[in-house]
Design a protein around this ligand. Structure first.
Ligand SMILES: Cc1cc2nc3c(=O)[nH]c(=O)nc-3n(C[C@H](O)[C@H](O)[C@H](O)COP(=O)(O)O)c2cc1C
Length: 208
């Protein structure tokens, strides 16, 4: 865990729980860390670039957390620089719960999953909603011409902290593309075996 993340996540009440449960000493060294790791490194950037979806939590004006899954083509959540992410807000069910929440409270918590590799990255950030007319060059960077979705605005996220979770309890799951890639050599081997079998059957049997 980075110091930038623990500074935000370890509130006084969280710290009190850690003290009561005996885990506070193990986490105390984070408070002394000089490098806060509040900017993404190449490892996080590469991981984010491959994701085709993520879970996003926002907070409503009545204090309720709200989680929505955001999906799109791999890489639709872009790393603009080490402190900035952006994604196109596609037109969907037009409930605008996330947008409404973000208008009052700019904090988001993202969870990015790689089920196949059992990896999980959590990001805390602050959001600015950017309308198309405001920053046309940013909108152009986020357009996905091959994807059948209308982009309503850009969601710009300033990264405040991040944390990699341990792989425990992440059941490996595979996308259609990942399964296809794994199965392809098997398909080829099967086709080759079938061809050999056909060739064998085509040979006249001895004594016939
Ligand atoms: C026609 C239609 C298209 C949608 N397309 C997407 C999409 O491309 N990506 C996505 O994450 N959700 C999509 N959704 C699901 C949600 O509507 C969308 O995430 C929405 O923006 C959620 O907003 P909320 O913050 O009000 O929950 C779609 C829904 C509909 C009805």
């Amino acid at each position: 865990m980075s110091r930038a993340y623990s500074d935000l996540a370890f509130t006084p009440t969280v710290r009190a729980w850690q003290t009561r449960q005996g885990s506070r000493p193990a986490y105390a060294r984070l408070d002394e860390a000089v490098d806060r790791h509040d900017a993404l490194s190449g490892q996080e950037a590469a991981f984010i670039a491959e994701r085709d979806g993520f879970y996003q939590a926002t907070v409503s004006e009545t204090g309720w957390p709200y989680v929505q899954y955001r999906g799109g083509p791999a890489g639709f959540l872009k790393v603009l620089d080490a402190k900035t992410l952006a994604y196109p807000d596609f037109r969907g069910n037009r409930q605008y719960i996330s947008m409404g929440n973000l208008s009052g409270q700019d904090k988001v918590s993202l969870m990015l999953m790689d089920y196949a590799q059992q990896q999980r990255l959590k990001v805390l950030g602050r959001v600015r909603l950017v309308e198309a007319s405001e920053q046309p060059e940013l909108m152009a960077r986020l357009q996905l011409p091959q994807y059948r979705a209308q982009v309503e605005r850009a969601v710009l996220i300033t990264v405040e902290g991040y944390d990699w979770n341990c792989p425990q309890h992440i059941t490996p799951r595979f996308t259609e593309a990942e399964v296809e890639q794994a199965v392809q050599p098997l398909r080829e081997a099967l086709a080759q075996a079938q061809q050999q079998l056909r060739a064998l059957h085509a040979q006249p049997s001895p004594g016939a």
